[in-house]
Design a protein around this ligand. Structure first.
Ligand code: C2E
Ligand code: CA
Ligand code: CA
Ligand code: CA
Length: 282
């Protein structure tokens, strides 16, 4: 028994070693990804539910890995956070989002909002206020063009300190969205005290609304409450016409999801805008 225990230990050790090697390798690759220009921001439209005009775009990070192909953020953001690389990546994302906003304004698209995801760890380790200010200034982008998206966890931990930062960000004219609402400890009562402008209903609610009428009732209640607090309501993960119709019927303001478009590269998003205009005129 003792011998096999030892073997198990050895086996476990080897596995741990492999895991560790993979991690270190991945961290090294992540570290060079910025200077190798392997990151790209994809864009996904947010559409006004009443007239189906385009309201803006969420920027979503993609990593074009030299051998593994496109890696989704869920697979590398956690490592980026643990290793602290999120600060550098977050810096790149903010400047790249403002670069896009500037190019689009120059191309005559000066009404769209662009939203940027800021992770909880990034919000703790980085002077996000200064970052936003610098990025807006570098590209002479009006603050009203920018929205930052934060989850409840990001806002709730060290709440008072962060509220102060968010207040100054909003004073610039930048809007704040509460992302993934309903996925954590969301309580309707604290929402009153949060310095946010948009409430994004978590995708899981939309998924479950398909066959559960009680989930549709919850979504309706969230929308009523959010509107009472003067928040703009966004539904994400909308895939089917029925979902869009339901969300429109309860007064949800903005709709985002595969139903309109997946996140796509910048040039495809521009194409989407042009086609959308033609479609609306027809
Ligand atoms: P999120 O902020 O909640 O972004 C929405 C996610 O839902 C995106 O996944 C988007 O592609 C996906 N999605 C949108 N519509 C639909 C739909 O109709 N059906 C389905 N099945 N999915 C839909 P993505 O792009 O893989 O991003 C995952 C998460 O990674 C994001 O969740 C966000 O938390 C994080 N992330 C993405 N970009 C950045 C970034 O630039 N910085 C940071 N810190 N985090 C980011
Ligand atoms: Ca988001
Ligand atoms: Ca979300
Ligand atoms: Ca999410």
């Amino acid at each position: 028994a003792k011998a096999s225990g030892k073997n198990n230990y050895k086996y476990f050790n080897e596995e741990l070693n492999e895991l560790l090697k993979f991690r270190i390798q991945q961290e090294r690759e992540l570290c060079s990804a910025i200077k190798n220009k392997e990151f790209e921001l994809f864009l996904q439209p947010l559409v006004n539910s009443t007239d189906e005009s385009i309201y803006g775009f969420e920027t979503l990070l993609r990593w074009h890995h030299p051998s593994r192909g496109m890696v989704s953020p869920d697979q590398f953001i956690p490592l980026a956070e643990e290793s602290g690389l999120i600060v550098e990546i977050g810096h790149w994302v903010m400047f790249e989002a403002c670069r896009i906003a500037r190019d689009w304004i120059d191309a005559g698209h000066d009404t769209f909002k662009f939203s940027v995801n800021v992770s909880s760890i990034q919000f703790e380790r980085q002077d996000v206020y200064q970052l936003i200010k610098d990025a807006l200034e570098k590209y002479a982008v009006p603050a009203e063009t920018l929205v930052i998206e934060l989850t409840e966890t990001a806002i709730m931990t060290k709440h008072s300190e962060k509220s102060g930062v968010l207040q100054s960000v909003r004073k610039l004219g930048v809007k704040v969205a509460l992302d993934d609402f309903g996925s954590g400890y969301s309580s309707l009562s604290y929402l009153r005290n949060l310095p946010v402008d948009y409430l994004k209903i978590d995708r899981q609610f939309i998924v479950e609304s398909r066959d559960k009428s009680e989930v549709r009732s919850i979504i309706n209640a969230i929308a009523i409450m959010a509107h009472a607090l003067d928040l703009t309501v966004v539904a994400e993960g909308v895939e089917k016409p029925g979902e869009a119709r339901f969300l429109n019927s309860i007064g949800c303001d903005l709709i985002q999801g595969y139903y309109y478009s997946k996140p796509v590269p910048e040039t495809e998003a521009l194409q989407f805008v042009r086609q959308w205009r033609q479609f609306c005129r027809a």
